[in-house]
Design a protein. Structure first.
Length: 292
């Protein structure tokens, strides 16, 4: 069976069109331009690419983008002072501090300093708590993008056996919570597997929908899934370089063997990645709306 491709690139394009109109309307009707501040500390090449892509997306959609690049030896106090300044900047509706931060900076302390009303990453405990109980809040971008892909491709989560591999705060845990909500894209029976799971293949073979976010290529191979599974691969691993020096990317799933059995699968790149950025734009628009 040839698996259907679940295209994040195409889906994100559609959502961009939807929000572009809304952003223009917000400007026209209320004179508000949504503003996003992105903060990058240090020069991690992957983080630079991600922040650059977020900045580009802002420009394309008419979102004001303020980028702050700081050296790797920036003190925690200086970073906290910047966050405080951005919290009080009326032109900025959303603040994103790119992770990971250098080791000498206490990551939670910085994330908790962001005003929850400007926390478009959805990482502040106030937003995490509201998400868990199904309240109105900013949803974290990658998990929200995963759910949006499933919904827009008509993949029914209600009553489905969904298996997640990976328990990170950024992906695994929030995806688990969203899938449990009593609403569209929720109502699933969810199993969350991690590095201490005894028999990973036992669980993955039971999955109707398999979501993989481990940060390791080939965590799941074809022999670990059942026929007809829907696979969402959240991984982005740099597995080498082309002759021109461009990074070669692979997901956390062994695409070649898994696609032979899957009913549908996300490619890497072009799967979850573009969805993360568009959900960030959606949250920034929402933050601007909330300021009216
Ligand atoms: N690093 C990897 N993913 C993310 C994300 O979604 N937001 C931020 N701020 N940093 C990240």
């Amino acid at each position: 069976m040839a698996a259907k491709m679940i295209s994040g690139t195409e889906t994100a394009k559609k959502i961009r069109e939807e929000i572009k109109t809304e952003i223009a309307r917000l400007k026209e009707k209320h004179g508000i331009t949504p503003g996003l501040a992105t903060v990058l500390v240090g020069d991690d090449p992957a983080s630079k690419v991600y922040v650059g892509a977020k900045e580009k997306s802002c420009k394309n959609l008419g979102v004001y983008s303020k980028r702050v690049d700081l050296p790797a030896d920036t003190s925690e106090a200086d970073l906290l002072a910047l966050v405080d300044k951005l919290n009080n900047d009326p032109e900025i509706h959303g603040i994103l501090v790119q992770l990971p931060l250098p080791k000498h900076i206490n990551e939670p302390r910085v994330l908790y300093a962001i005003d929850p009303e400007k926390d478009v990453d959805g990482f502040h405990p106030v937003n995490v708590g509201k998400m868990v109980i199904g309240g109105d809040c900013f949803l974290p971008c990658t998990p929200h993008g995963v759910i949006e892909l499933l919904v827009r491709y008509g993949i029914k989560t209600e009553g489905a056996e969904v298996v997640i591999v990976g328990r990170s705060n950024i992906v695994g845990k929030p995806v688990l919570n969203l899938l449990l909500q009593k609403r569209e894209g929720g109502n699933a029976t969810v199993t969350l597997c991690h590095t201490r799971t005894k028999d990973l293949a036992f669980h993955t073979k039971r999955a109707d929908i398999l979501i993989v976010a481990t940060g390791h290529p080939k965590t799941v191979t074809g022999d670990m899934v059942k026929e007809g599974v829907v696979v969402i691969d959240v991984g982005v691993n740099r597995i080498g370089k082309t002759a021109e020096g461009k990074a070669i990317l692979a997901g956390d799933v062994d695409f070649e063997s898994v696609k032979e059995k899957a009913a549908a699968i996300t490619p890497v790149p072009g799967g979850v990645g573009p969805m993360t950025i568009v959900m960030l734009m959606k949250n920034t628009l929402q933050a601007a709306r909330n300021s009216i």
